[in-house]
Design a protein around this ligand. Structure first.
Ligand code: CTP
Length: 413
């Protein structure tokens, strides 16, 4: 699909500071332009030590400058910031955060940050010691107190052999945040889940027949991961129980990896004990082999196939809803439905909500094709009281935000 003309596209300034994670900003730039944003890259001189100007110019389709002394007649140090709809700095180094917090302006990017009146997002990346240093933490607190969105860095492998907190969040996660900020018309991300503990399950469980074979399903985990990221951005303490998901762990989220429905049940029930909300976005296998072979099942020479006996798995959502660990917790289920002779999608979903006993049910109509692995989604959120909220087609992050909006409404009674 062709991108809309430049004038109608949201104008994003991508600031890049001098950290090794600058290479990941190339991917963010590509995602931003592919998703219809008009991007101007403003790297620092140090950033160009890691990724050269030709790369930024080729990927953005625009000239790139680090200095206020280029094209002075166009007053770039004022124009770029003033005309932006969003400024995102990725990676934001400790030095850049310090400059931004103190209003220093010695290059094009720091000037742009002072002249911008649009929302600003920082995605920090640095070594753990630098991130945890009281100076950096104070600078981050100052920026946040001014309404700037500083994403929490991810944990994992850093430059060299060490690991810890300080990795640049994945480009998709930064993109989600940017799209969310733009969708809210620049309004700050609501911190309406602050002080809340939420549990999200994601992915599809696998039920092993033997050490190498399993029964599974096609759930990608994208919607569950988007729920975890958006809840974290809205201030919640998030536990994500992930079943066989091949996505990077979201920054700032406690992730517990599981394989089978039994493991998913154990972890969800344990985490649910203290949770204000549990969202079951995972697709647990409903059945598992009655017997699991310790050794790989061999083919018989006579051409016969083994007969598989199956037993039903526990229904985690139903158990949670009927034996609530906390009476005031909001329990949310998902349902992928196609209408059939017995009822429409809405009727079948309402019956499922009643059967499961949850408070909210997010219903995907999959008659026209599956949503598995797609970056987009659309849904209807049904409540136990019988009302329905339509969520129009949009990114899985936007659908996640609509689900949290509905959960927050329920918290408010
Ligand atoms: N679910 C669960 N435990 C299971 C199966 C499903 O907690 N063993 C949850 C899913 O996470 C989802 C919801 O139940 O939130 C709906 O799952 P679905 O498979 O559509 O429900 P079923 O009861 O299996 O419905 P159907 O009879 O249509 O298969």
């Amino acid at each position: 699909m062709a991108a809309p003309p430049t004038g109608t596209r949201p104008r994003v300034v991508l600031g890049v500071a001098g950290g090794i994670a600058a290479y990941k900003a190339c991917e963010l730039l590509r995602r931003l332009t592919e998703s219809g944003h008009d991007v101007t890259v403003v790297p620092t001189a140090a950033a160009l030590e890691f990724v050269g100007a030709p790369t930024w110019a080729a990927l953005s389709g625009k000239p790139v400058s680090t200095s206020v002394w280029d094209e002075v007649h166009q007053v770039p140090h004022v124009r770029i910031g003033q005309s932006a709809d969003l400024v995102v700095v990725a990676p934001a180094t400790a030095d850049l955060l310090a400059k931004a917090a103190h209003g220093l302006a010695d290059d094009l990017l720091t000037n742009t940050l002072l002249t911008a009146r649009c929302p600003v997002v920082f995605a920090p990346a640095m070594h753990t010691e630098m991130w945890e240093h009281p100076a950096t933490q104070a600078n981050v607190a100052t920026l946040r107190s001014r309404g700037v969105l500083v994403i929490e860095p991810a944990e994992g492998r850093l430059t060299g052999k060490d690991t810890g907190k300080g990795r640049l969040p994945e480009p998709d996660q930064i993109l989600d945040v940017c799209v969310g900020v733009l969708a809210r018309g620049g309004a700050a991300v609501p911190h309406d889940l602050a002080g809340r503990q939420v549990v999200v399950s994601a992915g599809g469980t696998r039920e092993y027949l033997d050490p190498v074979r399993f029964l599974g399903n096609r759930s990608s985990g994208l919607q569950g991961y988007a729920l975890a990221r958006t809840a974290h951005a809205r201030g919640a303490q998030v536990t994500l129980i992930a079943a066989n998901v091949a996505l990077p762990d979201p920054a700032g989220v406690k992730v517990v990896h599981v394989g089978t429905t039994a493991e998913l049940r154990t972890e969800v029930l344990a985490a649910a004990a203290a949770a204000d909300a549990v969202v079951m976005a995972a697709a647990p296998a409903d059945f598992r082999p009655a017997e699991v072979s310790d050794a790989k099942i061999k083919k018989a020479d006579d051409g016969s196939a083994p007969q598989l006996g199956l037993v039903q798995n526990p229904d985690i959502l139903k158990e949670l809803s009927h034996h609530r660990p906390r009476a005031d917790a909001v329990i949310v289920g998902f349902a992928a439905e196609t209408g059939d002779a017995t009822g429409s999608v809405r009727e079948l979903a309402a019956a499922k909500l009643a059967r499961k006993g949850c408070d909210l049910l997010v219903v995907n109509d999959v008659s026209a094709g599956a949503v598995f692995g797609s970056p987009d989604n659309e849904a209807v959120i049904l409540s136990a009281e019988g009302d329905a909220t339509d969520v129009p087609r949009g990114s899985k992050a936007a659908v996640a935000d609509a689900i949290w909006d509905r959960v927050v409404r329920r918290f408010a009674g």
